[in-house]
Structure formats: C-alpha cells, structure tokens
Design a protein around this ligand. Structure first.
Ligand SMILES: Cc1ncc(COP(=O)(O)O)c(C=O)c1O
Length: 392
C-alpha cells in the first residue's frame, strides 16, 4: 500500500505513539482531579504540553492556557469559533463573511447561522489560469467587510488545491472595522513556518492528526489582545478550560499533539523541502505518462503559493473514482475526505472554474513524512498501468 492521502490524515509518528502509550499506562488520572498527586501530575503534563503548543505557534507560553482551547479537532474548533463569536449574547452584528472554498467544517456551521438571522456572504476566488488561483480578491473583501460584519472566516491554506489565503492583509481589513478574523489553519500548522502573532488573526483552528499526531485532538487559538474575544462556550458541563470547553480534557491526546507539533516544527524547513521535492517528482512522473492529458489544478508548483505536499490533477476523460478503484494499492483522494463518501464533484474545483465533469476527473495527492522516492515512482507506474487498461 502506498499512502498518498496525507491531507486527509497522517500516520501517527512512532515517537508520538511511544509517549502516548507510556502516558496511558502510567498517567491515567483526571487532570481536573488536583486534590491528589496523580491528578496533579497529569495536570502538570497537560499544562506543559499547552506551553509547548504555544511556543510552536510563536505565542507567549505564559498566557498559553488563556489563548489556547483544546478541542477534539478542527471541526469542533471551527464550530466554537463561529458559534462562539456570533451567538455571544453581546454580539450585535449580524453578518459573517467567508469563502466558497472553505471546508464543510466552516460552511455547515455558517449555513446553521442563517437560522439565527445572520447574513452569510461567501466570497468567490480567482479562477484557474489566474496568478492568484484559489485566493480571495482583497479589494472585494475590503468592500464586503464593514462595521456590520461580526466575523470573517477564511482558511489559511486549502485542503484540496493547497493555495494560501492572504490572511495578514485580511486582518488589517477586518480590524479597521472591528470585525473578528478566524482562520482555519488545519492544513498549514505543522507543515509550513507559522507565526500566529504575526498573522494578525483573532482565532485560529488546528488539528493534530494532520501533522502526525493522534486523531481526536486539536485546538482553537483565541487572541487575548487587545481586549480579548468574546466567545460563548458551546459545550457546557464541568467548567473545564476556564469554562470555554467543558469535559474532561483528553490529556493523552493533548500531550501527543504537543509532541507531534514539537517534532514537526523542529524538522521544518527540511520536511517542507522534502515534501516539495517528492510532490514535484510525482508531478514530473505523471506528466511523462504517454498518451494521457493530465492537467494541474490550482496554483503553479514552482513558487511558494501552494502547500509543499499538495498535488491536484485532472486526468482528462477518466473519473477519479474509477482510477481509485483500479489503483487499489494507492491511497489517494478524489476530493476532501469529508465529501469523498458522496459522489458530489468537489465544490473547491468548481469554484476555480472546473466543470462538474472535470472535477469528477480529478485526483488529490498528499505526500508526507513517511513517503519515499521509491513509492512515488511505483505510484506513477501503477497509475500508468491503470490508465492504459481503461477503455474510453
Ligand atoms: C481545512 C480543514 N478544516 C477542518 C478539517 C476537519 O478537521 P478534523 O478532522 O480535525 O475535525 C479538515 C480535515 O479534513 C480540513 O482539512
């Protein structure tokens, strides 16, 4: 099996597994049970882990527990950001601005907000062929975002075509009119140099299983500057995490996520360069398959406007689903994991101008830490053999 679906999830690094395994065996107490030593030991590990996460994100570790809410992943973090800001009792504004290419973990909560009387505006993105394909138009953003806008939610990098959004510039636009900026950085954190403080966002979601950590762990950064963000808790109960997210904290998950993030950041930028070289090799190989018309979807590969590990291609005349069935040794995806169970063509690809048929004929690859050059070459051979066997 050749695993080239690292946008969907990643293999947990064995170094992370080791730490989590030993903690499960020995540190099983509840971090909230600080009345006894076992609980205090776990609480200490959790707070050290949160400090590590803060340092990795270039935040101040001394205010880490104020600025980081641990969640079950990016879906929950996005829900907390969107509903937490918009449904806060003191929220008077009734408009939210986002983008057509967001993940469903943003689009679906936004859809729900409409039932609460919110106007949701989804910005389009530049089409295929444009230098800034997949990015929003900042000019348009500055017209749409006004003093009526409660929240702007724009992903940091796209999970299908890997393009980055101009978050820093957007932050200036939002802050001029007092709108809060959330960015879903699920695909960026742990993979590219990332400095939350410099980015200027107020809220930022991340997820451990995208950077070789465990599934079911993630977090939301909530800026404490300048006067804090009013965020209404969405999960109520025992008042853990300063009442912002109740429920016994997943101490093993948080410690595993912190170690995964520490390793990922320590191994940057070499890991990114390695990913880029593997991805470019795959693209080079695929282009040399005879008799096939294979086109690149999304930004050019030669610059830094695209996630280093991301490749998205259209193979003319062959549905991605068909190709995936033929190449069953190859793990790849025909869209985002969350929509690939449905036979719907990708909304992201259609948003950059592909037809529904072209989107159906597209495949997403994501190389990763455990991918080898040999696997890239073998993957291409498998693709070439399968393509030859298809009658069109
Ligand atoms: C951009 C983006 N946001 C959110 C999610 C959901 O993350 P999680 O699986 O941690 O809930 C994903 C995962 O596919 C993603 O790629």
């Amino acid at each position: 099996m050749i695993y080239l679906d690292n946008h969907s999830t990643t293999r947990v690094d064995p170094r992370v597994v080791a730490i989590m395994g030993s903690m499960m065996e020995s540190n099983y107490a509840n971090a909230g049970s600080t009345t006894h030593l076992a609980g205090r030991e776990v609480a200490l590990k959790v707070s050290e882990a949160i400090r590590t996460i803060a340092s990795c994100l270039k935040l101040d570790p001394d205010v880490a527990s104020d600025e980081l809410v641990m969640t079950s992943g990016a879906t929950e973090a996005n829900n907390l950001a969107i509903f937490g800001v918009c449904l806060h009792p003191r929220q008077k504004r009734r408009q939210v601005v986002s983008v057509v290419t967001e993940h469903r973990a943003v689009l679906d909560p936004l859809e729900r907000l409409k039932q609460h009387g919110f106007e949701v505006v989804l910005m389009p993105v530049w089409p295929q062929g444009h230098d800034l394909v997949g990015q929003i138009d900042l000019e348009q953003a500055s017209q749409l975002i006004t003093d009526k806008t409660a929240l702007v939610s724009v992903m940091h990098s796209n999970n299908e075509i890997g393009c980055f959004q101009p978050i820093r510039e957007l932050s200036a636009i939002c802050h001029r009119v007092g709108a809060i900026l959330h960015t879903d950085a699920t695909q960026t954190v742990g993979h590219e140099a990332f400095n939350v403080s410099e980015l200027g966002c107020d809220l930022m979601s991340f997820s451990s299983h995208k950077f070789y950590g465990p599934k079911g762990s993630g977090g939301l950064y909530v800026a404490s500057r300048p006067s804090g963000i009013r965020l209404q808790a969405q999960i109520l109960g025992g008042g853990q995490q300063s009442n912002r997210r109740s429920g016994t904290i997943d101490s093993v998950g948080v410690v595993g996520m912190a170690e995964a993030m520490r390793l990922a950041v320590e191994e940057l930028p070499e890991a990114t360069n390695r990913d880029r070289a593997l991805r470019d090799r795959l693209w080079g190989n695929l282009q040399s398959i005879e008799g096939e018309c294979i086109r690149l979807n999304g930004p050019a590969l030669h610059d830094h406007d695209r996630l280093a590990r991301n490749l998205n291609i259209e193979v003319e005349g062959i549905e991605g689903q068909t190709l995936m069935l033929l190449c069953d040794e190859l793990c790849m995806s025909s869209g985002s994991a969350c929509t690939s169970a449905e036979p719907l063509p990708s909304h992201v690809l259609q948003s950059i101008g592909l037809s529904a048929d072209q989107a159906r004929c597209s495949i997403r690859f994501g190389v990763g830490r455990f991918t080898t050059e040999h696997e890239i070459d073998r993957a291409t051979e498998l693709m070439a053999e399968s393509l030859k066997s298809v009658t069109r």
